[in-house]
Ligand binder design. Structure first.
Ligand SMILES: [Zn+2]
Length: 206
């Protein structure tokens, strides 16, 4: 079971990837986590990545790919890949190192993405995420878990959301067409609740 999950920010792909990982007993692979783990391991390569990030630069594709290849090779029974590929080049490269069986596309419309992200608040202390509509905090502006103040992330502000959507349409749409042509794309239309989405996921994966 070699899977990819794709969707815009706010589509809930992280939540679904986690559910898939737990229910189908396959690792949830996120390239962000791989980079953090490599740095935490204290390896020479991790040290190099840390320097790049500390300078505020993006980790080069070839370095991400190196980490990814190692992890994919170690995941013989399958995986769910989240946050990669982000553009057509990466999709083509990935094609050379793994045979992807199913690509799940969470199709959430732009206005819904804007609505979800602009009502999202995060705890400054523990990182817990709340949503004014779907998951409000019990005491206004305070985290249920630790009582710290909630804030809106810079990338959840209207201008930043618009920019993220533009990038999604420009970079990620071609990936969707790429997998559709290969016959491995499964699309799930937007739903209110994560468990409704997961019901659709189970229909696809069996
Ligand atoms: Zn908290």
């Amino acid at each position: 079971m070699k899977l990819i999950i794709i969707g815009p920010a706010g589509s809930g792909k992280g939540t679904q990837a986690k559910l898939i990982s737990e229910n189908y007993k396959i690792p949830h692979i996120s390239t962000g986590d791989l980079i953090r783990e490599e740095i935490a391991s204290g390896s020479v390569f991790g040290g190099k990545l840390e320097q790049i990030i500390n300078k505020g630069s993006l980790v080069p594709d070839e370095d991400v790919l190196k980490l990814l290849k190692k992890k994919l090779d170690a995941s013989k029974n399958g995986f769910i890949l989240d946050g990669y590929p982000r553009n057509l080049n990466q999709a083509k490269t990935l094609d050379e190192i793994a045979e992807i069986g199913t690509v799940i596309f969470l199709n959430v419309k732009d206005d819904e993405v804007v609505r979800r992200l602009s009502t999202r608040w995060q705890c400054k202390n523990c990182g817990e995420i709340y949503n004014t509509d779907a998951k409000p905090e019990k005491n206004k502006g305070k985290c249920d878990k630790c009582g710290s103040a909630l804030y809106q992330r810079d990338d959840d502000k209207p201008e930043a959301i618009k920019k993220r959507l533009d990038i999604f349409h420009k970079e990620t749409r071609p990936i969707i067409d790429f997998y559709r042509k290969k016959g491995v794309l499964k699309e799930i239309q937007q739903k209110e609740k994560p468990d409704q989405v997961f019901t659709e996921v189970k229909k696809i994966l069996g």
